[in-house]
Design a protein. Sequence first.
Length: 336
Amino acid sequence: MPSSAEVKRRRQIAEVEFEQPARYPKQAPAPPRRRGRVAKTSVEIIRVPSLSPIGWLLHGFSTRTGGKSKVYRPSQRAGELNLGFTASDDRDIVAANRDLFMAAIVESSPLSMVTLRQIHSLLLRRVTSADATAELMLRGGGAKGDGMMTNEPGVLLAIQTADCIPVLIADCKQRAVAGFHAGWRGTLQRIVENGIGRMRFEFGSRPEDLVAAIGPGIGQCCYAVGDEVRDEFETQFSYAAELFRDVYDSDPVKEKYPLLFLTARAPGHGNIGPRLHLDLVEANRRQLLDAGLKAEAISVVGDCTSCRTDRYFSYRAEHGFTGRMLSVIGIRSQSS
């Protein structure tokens, strides 16, 4: 356990702006970019304003900053905070990283963390302290699923990502929390929208009492998909057209020396064409709105994990050889 001086140091925070210039024009208004907080410790924790004022709540999004992992960038002097039990990293190192992360998140509140074996599904689970005990024994998620919820104090829900969209939700009246893992498959299955429906069933949650945070994930600027993905979204969402746009890949060499790449092909038959890009962040924000949340109750971190591999792990940008971040939410222990 860290000393009281170390805990005090880790709790020191500083304000930071999340507002970023748009990287591409959008057909719909951009999600709000709001002020957040970053813990000034060796382990960086991102927090958002829609959840931070709630006294009984703990939450945060990790980055790759801090930690002990060296496998992904062996030439880098400082270690990294890989929080996933991946095939490439040592399990003891990942466990030590999780201890560092938990110490920065929970402060003086004793909590146990629960993860899942995420499978890009619509499987939602209500978890308890018994699941947290099993997690501690297994050193990794035992149950399969992509969404968790609880109203039990002392249980920290943890969603693993490295490009997919993490969504955290808190019920301010019923004191219940949930976390969802939304890749394109989960988003297509409306995991967030269905998850809020499950919260209404399990806890009596009302949408107007909910606040949500959409964490770092791959942005539309970098998320190229095939036409079949658009076709599937169009069968499910009336606003599907607003989630996709064509993006032309740029090549700095071709832009600087265009004559070197001229061909005898007729106009319109060149090699470079647009690629279809999906806005997963906006897709999940729309699901929150459709589920009944107020627009002002939704915070969006806004960072693109693929653009910011200096700060985040990105499965796509790093071609699968990368770590995992955790997005966590929980209810403070009643003893704290």
